[in-house]
Design a protein around this ligand. Structure first.
Ligand SMILES: Nc1ncnc2c1ncn2[C@@H]1O[C@H](COP(=O)(O)OP(=O)(O)OP(=O)(O)O)[C@@H](O)[C@H]1O
Ligand SMILES: [Mg+2]
Length: 354
């Protein structure tokens, strides 16, 4: 029993549109060590298009099975840091003069009221001072999520007997992963490539400056490969994971089959970059693209994006600073699947106290 812990540990719980990923990391030793992790998929009709859980039983069952039977290693705490799919979350950066905490809260309340198309009492929102400008003004990062979405998950966690220490949108969570595990002295465009959609954010070292979501789907990509090659979806998935866009006998056909989905991603990246360039002054230009999420494992995807966007692109590498101890690490074809869960697991007690 951990009698001498003053801080209660948390584990990360990343909820996607069709899968959950969990991970616990022990940060008490010299090198942070993963003590347990796992993933499970569920039918994506459990969550509606607004991001609200409409069939909690589905999620509860899958999560319960994962936690009780399917983990690699162990999860030893009931406290969770949760990230939710990004549907309908808002993020803004406000520039405000220096003021005391009470006035700051009032100023944020009033901005949220004016700039987000939902009533303040329909939102959960959070803010923090991201940067102090030369003229003394503060840049304040605000992230807001509809209450209906967050509340729909609270029932799920209650049923699982888990205590929520933190809930945030996928975009905040994936940005934290990059802050924890990557060099971010340059402005970074982050892409989470999921089963049904991709989330994009631009982080300039102090705040999330621009975000976007596009329905570029790794599942549809598999389907398109299956249709083009006249093979089953299972076979197409193996081919996608094994060869992807890289050299193989069927490379031309695979690349062609993938382009329809990938083009959507490329245009959205360009759009978010354009927004960032037009609206943001005082940030350095985008120096790198980091991709994460299950779909980022697609072999050849980083060079594909590098060539199209002309910005160096690579896979998020959270495992550099983490050890798996005696545990079997995730399969090499699945390394980016757990990036968000690891970022949540690394949340500090200080962040939780804020
Ligand atoms: N080696 C691989 N190569 C290519 N794609 C892969 C590989 N491994 C997993 N995937 C794809 O990753 C996707 C799952 O990614 P992830 O778990 O990040 O999605 P999600 O979080 O459930 O969905 P979303 O982010 O859309 O809510 C699946 O579509 C799967 O086919
Ligand atoms: Mg995801």
């Amino acid at each position: 029993m951990a009698l001498f812990y003053t801080d209660k540990p948390v584990f990360g719980f990343d909820i996607g549109r069709s899968s959950i990923k969990v991970m616990q990391i022990d940060q008490t030793g010299k090198k942070a060590k993963v003590t347990g992790y796992g993933a499970a998929t569920f039918d994506n009709s459990a969550i509606d298009n607004q991001g609200v859980v409409v069939d909690p039983e589905v999620l509860i069952k899958v999560a319960h099975e994962l936690l009780s039977q399917k983990l690699v290693g162990d999860i030893t705490t009931r406290r969770v840091a949760v990230s939710l799919p990004n549907a309908n979350s808002f993020s803004r950066v406000l520039t405000l003069p220096k003021m005391d905490d009470k006035d700051l809260k009032a100023a944020v309340d009033s901005e949220v009221d004016q700039s987000i198309p939902l009533a303040t009492n329909e939102l959960y929102y959070d803010y923090s001072v991201a940067r102090i400008l030369d003229d003394g003004n503060r840049e304040v990062q605000v992230v807001a999520t509809p209450r209906t979405i967050v509340d729909s998950y609270i029932g799920v966690f209650d049923a699982l007997g888990l205590e929520i220490a933190l809930v945030e949108s996928n975009i905040s969570a994936m940005t934290r992963v990059v802050i924890h595990s990557e060099a971010h002295d340059v402005t970074t465009l982050i892409v989470d490539i999921g089963s049904t959609a991709c989330d994009i954010s631009i982080y300039d070292g102090s705040a999330i400056r621009a975000t976007g979501t596009v329905d570029c789907s790794s599942e549809r990509l598999t389907q398109n490969i299956a249709d083009t090659l006249g093979i089953s979806v299972q076979q197409a998935h193996s081919i996608k994971a094994r060869y992807g866009l890289e050299v193989s006998k069927k490379q031309d056909q695979i690349v062609k089959a993938s382009e329809k989905e990938l083009n959507k991603l490329i245009s959205e990246i360009r759009k978010v970059m354009r927004y960032f360039t037009d609206r943001t002054s005082g940030s350095s230009p985008i120096g790198q693209i980091i991709i994460l999420g299950g779909g980022a494992n697609l072999p050849g995807l980083s060079s594909y994006i590098t060539n199209k966007i002309r910005v160096p692109t690579r896979l998020c590498a959270p495992w550099n600073n983490l050890s798996f101890g005696k545990l079997q690490p995730p399969h090499e074809l699945e390394t980016t699947l757990y990036t968000t869960a690891s970022g949540l697991a690394l949340v500090t007690q200080k962040e939780l106290a804020e």
